[in-house]
Design a binder for this molecule. Structure first.
Ligand SMILES: Cc1cc2nc3c(=O)[nH]c(=O)nc-3n(C[C@H](O)[C@H](O)[C@H](O)COP(=O)(O)O)c2cc1C
Length: 233
């Protein structure tokens, strides 16, 4: 019994160490090996991870566009502040938000919940009506910012999954969304690009891979709260 527990604890500790090792291994890759292409199964993991990301209310106001075409990737360089990672990457993932999160969008979500979980409509309707009313009150910029937050969250999920899967990646906001939308036909799909994530395998000559991680000491970023503000020092 004790032996079994010890084994379980040890494997948990080992797993946790693996996570930290993976996060230390990852870095914002500046140059990918253009000869190395991600397998379909790795790409599938990234697609599923994107879709499994938590989103506010579960509404998923985001989509992932994937480019795996060297010609298009080279065209993207000039719209990415001349950052060449997008050209050398195996695939370029573009995290997009929906341009329209309206009554119909919310109704479709609740129909989907009903279909998947068989939750009776009478149970779902009060929350659905609340959300529709709430979103109708919001100015478009607020909905837009809310959707962007969901894209950043998905980026976090993808970065962590990339690390644990041994996939290199570079999170990027240094690009021109309007140019991407135009070139890739995203606007016609009612989408707006928000973030870019080239993925693949690091090139041996990428010197950034050897740089030490620059992070604040843990004590500077973690605050252990032991009493409420009104309890004083
Ligand atoms: C939202 C976001 C946008 C970023 N944009 C760029 C970018 O456009 N180009 C780039 O080379 N790195 C970009 N980075 C990478 C950061 O510079 C990098 O994550 C940071 O310096 C920490 O280094 P590390 O990720 O290698 O540990 C971005 C990172 C984040 C999270």
């Amino acid at each position: 019994m004790v032996k079994g527990l010890l084994k379980f604890t040890r494997s948990k500790v080992k797993q946790r160490m693996k996570t930290i090792d993976a996060l230390e291994w990852r870095y914002a890759t500046k140059k990918f090996d253009d000869n190395k292409i991600l397998s379909d199964s790795k790409v599938e993991i990234l697609k599923k991870s994107f879709n499994l990301t938590a989103t506010s209310y579960g509404l998923q106001p985001i989509k992932l566009a994937i480019v795996k075409d060297k010609k298009i990737q080279s065209q993207l360089v000039e719209y990415t502040m001349n950052q060449k990672q997008v050209a050398s990457a195996s695939h370029v993932l573009i995290l997009c938000i929906e341009r329209k999160v309206d009554k119909l969008f919310i109704e479709n979500y609740f129909s989907h919940v009903h279909k998947i979980r068989s939750t009776p409509k009478e149970i779902l309707n009060p929350f659905k009506d609340f959300l529709i009313g709430d979103f109708e009150k919001k100015p478009p910029e607020e909905i837009y910012d809310w959707a962007i937050n969901q894209a950043y969250l998905a980026m976090g999920t993808l970065l962590t999954v990339c690390a644990t899967e041994g996939i290199d990646a570079c999170p990027m906001e240094g690009f021109e969304p309007e140019k991407y939308d135009e070139l890739l036909g995203l606007k016609e799909l009612n989408l707006k690009s928000v973030l870019v994530l080239p993925v693949g395998y690091r090139a041996v000559e990428d010197t950034f891979k050897d740089f030490k991680k620059v992070r604040k000491p843990l004590d500077d970023v973690i605050i252990e709260i032991k009493k409420t503000a009104s309890q004083g020092n």
